[in-house]
Design a protein around this ligand. Structure first.
Ligand code: HEC
Ligand code: HEC
Length: 393
């Protein structure tokens, strides 16, 4: 007890001396907010590490959605317990690009999720921290992940939420290596406590310097949910032709901004004209997958139900499907046209008279479908500085 009293008196003394300093400030100035002139966060000069302007953070929390997104904006998987803030998403961005989140400082999330190609990897399988081992599945684009209503993540939906997903790559023995043998997430947190900027950044985001699994997950999920694509040629044309009173908000009208080929592809994608309505599963305008989708019959008698990431920027991907088996959109379209296999999990939308559907498209129709998919490329989001590597190189 006496020991605490002694400590307390030291605190009082130090407070008193602080107060002495501040009493010198003229009272008429006290209501002028103190604006820091250096990017000091929690006593750390962040300009030693990052290109981020901490006095004017990028806007992640309140994005400006175009008119044709009006019905989707509220419909997303952001939980009430993890509403995006600019501080939280900024911390998530730093975590996403920090190679120190891997056991040997070799890879970051961004190694396998590269901004310039919509946060995927051009390799069929991605190389992990040891530089040799590869992942068992193809990396996924991350755009519009917030609009997946099923809430679950990974191709096979094994992570129940985006928050839960974000630390799985860190503890994965191939990807980032903080597996049980290497101390797991406790070892990562011990490491992060020795990195000067983390306690300070966690304090500005969450109110105190504690680094926890929950807080790491929240920040990473906030950053990923902010990756919304609204600026492809498709988006610009749909926004200009948007009609809230028309069926499908006017999607069925030919877009004057599109070529005849792209308009034909749009009709095939969004109607039964080609015998499979792609948009019944890949939903407009976000192109996030409907959460009630069953199997698509890539192989006969599949045993796993897979999801797909949003098709936004599908045209900048080099491999397609969970195992990256296709290397062109032409191959993907040919699969839907003639290759769907039967099996107990096959989705009804892909069946006709108990058999896998056949689209029987002409060559021109197949090319039109590919041309339409290429209108989904959004160059704005894949070049937006607010999603770029924040570290000083
Ligand atoms: C070594 C490569 C690699 C690294 C590093 C990596 N990922 Fe991934 N990521 C993948 C692969 C491969 C998949 C698909 C895996 C699967 O479904 O089994 C994936 C899937 C995802 C998904 C699921 C998307 C969806 O729509 O379901 C998210 C989100 C994600 N990663 C975020 C991250 C985050 C956050 C980090 C860093 C903490 C990270 N990834 C690190 C390769 C990687
Ligand atoms: C029954 C729902 C359903 C329908 C209808 C459907 N898809 Fe898919 N699509 C999926 C699923 C599920 C996947 C992921 C499957 C996997 O990887 O195992 C997928 C994957 C894809 C991919 C690859 C995505 C990636 O990131 O690699 C493309 C491209 C695609 N679909 C385009 C189309 C087109 C074009 C049509 C119409 C001809 C269509 N889809 C119809 C459910 C559907």
């Amino acid at each position: 007890m006496r020991k605490y009293a002694f400590l307390f008196s030291i605190l009082l003394v130090s407070c008193a001396s602080d107060e002495d300093v501040y009493t010198d400030i003229p009272t008429e100035n006290t209501d002028i907010p103190v604006v820091p002139t250096d990017p000091i966060v929690g006593g750390v000069d962040m300009s030693d590490y990052f290109t981020i302007n901490f006095e004017a953070l990028s806007n992640y929390s309140n994005p400006d959605y175009p008119i044709h997104y009006i019905n989707s904006v509220g419909d997303n998987n952001e939980p009430a317990t993890n509403i995006t803030t600019d501080n939280g998403a900024t911390l998530g961005r730093i975590l996403f690009f920090d190679k120190q989140l891997s056991i040997n400082d070799a890879v970051s999330c961004a190694s396998c999720h590269q901004q310039g190609i919509a946060f995927t990897d051009n390799n069929q399988f991605s190389t992990g921290f040891d530089g040799v081992s590869v992942t068992g599945a193809h990396s996924m684009r991350l755009l519009n992940a917030r609009f997946y209503e099923g809430e679950s993540f990974f191709w096979d939906k094994r992570a129940p939420t985006l928050e839960a997903q974000t630390t799985e790559p860190i503890v994965n023995s191939v990807e980032m290596g903080f597996d049980a043998n290497n101390g797991g997430l406790d070892a990562l947190i011990t490491k992060m406590n020795t990195i000067e900027y983390y306690p300070a950044l966690f304090e500005t985001t969450f109110g105190d310097t504690t680094i926890s699994v929950d807080r790491i997950q929240r920040a990473l999920a906030q950053y990923i949910r902010a990756m919304v694509s609204t600026d492809s040629r498709f988006d610009e044309a749909f926004a200009q032709n948007f009609n809230p009173n028309a069926p499908g908000n006017g999607i069925g009208q030919d877009f004057p901004q599109f070529t005849a080929q792209e308009n034909l592809g749009k009709r095939i994608f969004t109607t039964n004209q080609g015998n499979i309505n792609c948009s019944g599963c890949h939903q407009l305008p976000t192109f996030a997958l409907n959460d009630n989708v069953r199997g698509i019959g890539l192989d006969a008698n599949e045993t796993t139900i897979f999801k797909a990431p949003s098709l936004k920027n599908i045209g900048t991907s080099a491999q397609f499907m969970h195992d990256g088996r296709f290397t062109s959109l032409t191959q993907v379209v040919e699969f839907y046209n003639s290759g769907i296999q039967s099996g107990a999990l096959l989705d009804n939308r892909l069946m006709q008279n108990g058999q896998p559907r056949r689209m029987n498209l002409t060559e021109a129709e197949k090319q039109a479908l590919v041309a339409f998919l290429e209108t989904l490329t959004d160059d704005v989001v894949i070049n937006d500085p607010k999603f770029s590597d924040p570290f000083i190189q």
